[in-house]
Design a protein around this ligand. Sequence first.
Ligand code: NAD
Ligand code: UDX
Length: 477
Amino acid sequence: MVKKICGIGAGYVGGPTMAVIALKCPSIEVAVVDISHSRISAWNSDKLPIYEPGLEQVIQQCRGKNLHFSTDVEKHVYEADIIFVNVNTPTKTSGLGAGKAADLTYWESAARVIADVSRSNKIVVEKSTVPVRTAEVIEKILVHNSKGKIKYQILSNPEFLSEGTAMQDLLNPDRVLLGGNDSLEGQEAIQKLKDIYAHWVPQDRIITTNLWSAELSKLADNAFLAQRISSINAMSALCEATGADVSQVSCVLSKNTKLGSKYLNASVGFGGSCFQKDILNLVYICESNGLFEVANYWKEVVKVNDYQKSRFVKKVVTSMFNTVSGKKIAVLGFSFKKDTSDTRKTPAIDVCKGLLADNACLSIYDPRVSEEQIRRDLSMNESHWDHSIQAKSTSFTSAKQVSVFADVYEATKDAHGICVLTEWDEFKTIDYHKVFDSMVKPAFVFDGRNVLDVDKLREIGFIAYSIGKPLNQWVNC
Ligand code: NAD
Ligand code: UDX
């Protein structure tokens, strides 16, 4: 009988995932541990470290009962029957495979703590997204550092939640994937994990596979989703060149039951901590296996995404008479998608940096992202995944080029143009008459998410651009 579960890593995955297990399994004690003191104290406070609709209610319901957040990693690992490892697995920034391979430093240090403190048999669950065959490496670390005759069963249970809908994805998942080995012990471990999910997930949605299929399926899943977005974004460029409308093309594709309707929204580009990282990880694994054609195929998905972001910047600059120097441009939305405060790999970073490089003055508004976070993101100089040398540093030298506002009307006042970079619902209900009146003319809108009614905006007087649709005649003439 499983009595205690420990989740290592209290981030975007660890926090919500462990909270839902606690909610659905009241007889199990769930401890979520992290080396970050600030993260754990935020989980124990009224201001949670991440924003996710519905999360606060679940935390309030379970915290202090069967859900605990702690920095005492050793204690809770020692006591647990099952340990979920939810640590970050970012792209390596230096050394072998830099720019592509997954950095397993955090995973390895978690495994070493498990080996160090465990005195009873443990089931160790890979919840983080990892390269295929990671379980083999983890097993070696555990077995070679084990204190006594302890048996470890390693399972792969990748997480499929999306940010912004994490709670509904966890409460009503379309599938739960469990990978384990064929041995009797492996199958017993799978059954124990299955029994936990069975508290709320119908049996037919729980898929079991071998370890390597489970690990690879997670990378494949994200690669396929991102590939659909790059495919429709590639089409959006062709639509703009030919007068076709990408929303109409998407609609036609979505009615094809062989294709389905999801991940067909053309956009300024996909963001988030997973897609680029996981595809590059896949690319690296392919290259390591000598599969260069396969690696190049997946690389193109990321390249098209980069192209889409730079194409957007180019569209803004060329539309605004080939210069944005000294012009105020209001950026609406900074998070990588709506309903999250997460800005990891948000397309807004690259778009803002592109506009700043052209000496624009940006006034940024996002309902959930703090000014501090925006400034941190814009001041970071990340190396580019496809360049062997450091990407040319942005010319963003002056903090004065960026202002952050808590009010959308303040942000757009006296602006020459507006760029919508996140699809927050509230952007649809802004009083665009009022916005137009306060802007410098001609007033431009660049809808990077195709969420605004551009016909209405044009009626008001805006010159409006949306992804994959022709600019209004006025500008084309
Ligand atoms: P995150 O950075 O938000 O959280 C990871 C946490 O692990 C951090 O708080 C960090 O301090 C902690 N940590 C690192 N090493 C530790 C250690 N040795 N001991 C204790 N704590 C440690 O990352 P995330 O977004 O939650 O992602 C975690 C994993 O889940 C990644 O592999 C990611 O690819 C995968 N994933 C993420 C999402 C998503 O939407 N964010 C979805 C599915 C899968
Ligand atoms: C993704 C996967 O969906 C999820 O299964 C996995 O567990 C983690 O990675 P996430 O990154 O949280 O989830 O969000 P998702 O909704 O997939 O969006 C990713 C990016 O693609 C966002 O920037 C979003 O705006 C963009 N997107 C999504 C599009 O541009 N067009 C679309 O049609 C869909």
